[in-house]
Design a protein around this ligand. Structure first.
Ligand SMILES: [Zn+2]
Length: 133
């Protein structure tokens, strides 16, 4: 299934090719991070020398309009839009903490969780994870 990810502010497609491209900022450093569009795959390409360590909170922004992608669900979360070839659409919320593996897909019908750290975000909605695997 093909998923398309978009900026919630300017609607620019964030995965024009294969990887999702986001602008990242850690302290005074900025760069482009590449993410897998496959839920549950946390391989991320980080620019060499970025100095990223587990537990760092990275601020993400749209590479097109520069808008902050912080989720209304909390400052440790970023949020982008998705739509899939099967017709599902909604938002994806993922942890901004490097090394924390939690991603939530929210559509009108359901919340779907990915990643072994997904339980961390259960309290935002007061419901347990509806795991896909
Ligand atoms: Zn944008």
């Amino acid at each position: 299934m093909k998923r398309t990810y978009a900026c919630p502010h300017c609607n620019a497609v964030l995965n024009p090719n294969v990887k999702i491209v986001l602008r990242a900022r850690l302290k005074k450093r900025t760069g482009l991070f590449l993410f897998s569009p496959k839920p549950g795959n946390y391989d991320v390409f980080v620019p060499q020398g970025f100095g990223l360590e587990k537990g760092h909170r990275v601020e993400f922004a749209c590479p097109v309009c520069g808008a902050d992608l912080t989720s209304s669900k909390g400052k440790n979360w970023a949020e982008i839009l998705f739509s899939s070839s099967s017709g599902a659409r909604g938002s994806v919320i993922f942890s901004k903490i490097y090394g924390s593996h939690a991603t939530c897909f929210i559509t009108e019908e359901k919340v779907r969780w990915y990643g072994e750290d997904a339980r961390e975000c259960t309290n935002f909605w007061g419901a347990g994870p509806d795991r896909d695997q």
